[in-house]
Write a protein that binds this ligand. Structure first.
Ligand SMILES: *Cc1c(COP(=O)(O)O)cnc(C)c1O
Length: 239
């Protein structure tokens, strides 16, 4: 049986190589893209293996699942990214534990996050999740609403709007995701051009295992990758 650490190392090298190649194709510096390792299907030991290989950004989509890992790895210089749909009653925990929230999909959740951040006297860094493809099963606001939402969110004290996030529909051919990523970049550029006070539209969080190379070619600077890093790792048993 392969040592899980060796497996993770091989997977990471492969992902890094593919990231570098995508950057090269667009003449982008390699350090312009941050890999957010999505650890939702693995335990703290697997995340730790990646940390030891230099990864510092980790993504989780559920608070409850994340908490154990965050506790197990506390004291390490890890930036945790919340990438899943949020409930208002979880705003306090998410503000406390996460460096960035990618999944703001309503003004109500943005207000709850801002309120908790003010209580803690911090500023929450957030992205607005846009459902570019319009698939009913995906969270996120409609593309047409992104500009208005950006204005409303940027106005809130206690948070800073730093960009947009999307999930592309699953495509057999990742090339088919390109229009979705391109649209998110255009939306980001439009919002940036509007010069909204309090908005700093520098991040585009897009691209997962299946499509991150295309996302990088279209301007992603945060890619969220799980399966490609952890395939072959046995998932933790639920309890
Ligand atoms: C699970 C998840 C990912 C990672 O998906 P992979 O296909 O495993 O790379 C990225 N973004 C979100 C929002 C997720 O829930």
């Amino acid at each position: 049986m392969t040592d899980p650490r060796e497996l993770v190392q091989k997977n990471l090298e492969d992902v890094r190589r593919r990231m570098a190649a995508a950057c090269l194709r667009r003449g982008r510096p390699q350090d312009s893209v941050t890999l957010v390792a999505v650890t939702k299907t693995v335990d703290a030991a697997a995340a730790r293996a990646l940390y030891d290989l230099g990864v510092r950004d980790f993504g989780e989509n559920r608070i409850q699942q994340a908490e154990e890992k965050i506790a197990a790895l506390s004291g390490l210089d890890i930036r945790w990214h919340m990438i899943g749909h949020l409930q208002r009653n979880k705003a306090r925990d998410v503000v406390q534990r996460f460096a960035m929230i990618h999944s703001v999909d309503s003004l109500r959740i943005a207000e709850a996050i801002a309120e908790q951040a003010r209580k803690r006297q911090t500023v929450a860094r957030v992205l607005i999740q846009v459902n570019v493809s319009g698939e009913e099963t995906k969270s996120g606001i409609a593309s047409e609403e992104a500009g208005g939402m950006a204005r409303d969110v940027a106005r809130l004290d206690g948070l800073r709007l730093e960009g947009l996030m999307t999930m592309a529909p699953f495509c057999e051919d990742p090339e088919d995701c390109r229009p979705c990523f391109r649209r998110l970049r255009e939306l980001r550029d439009e919002i940036a051009a509007a010069g909204i006070e309090g908005a700093e539209m520098k991040h585009l969080s897009m691209g997962m295992t299946n499509d991150f190379e295309v996302a990088i070619e279209e301007g992603a600077d945060l890619i969220r990758v799980g399966s490609a890093l952890f395939h072959g790792i046995i998932p933790p048993t639920p309890h």
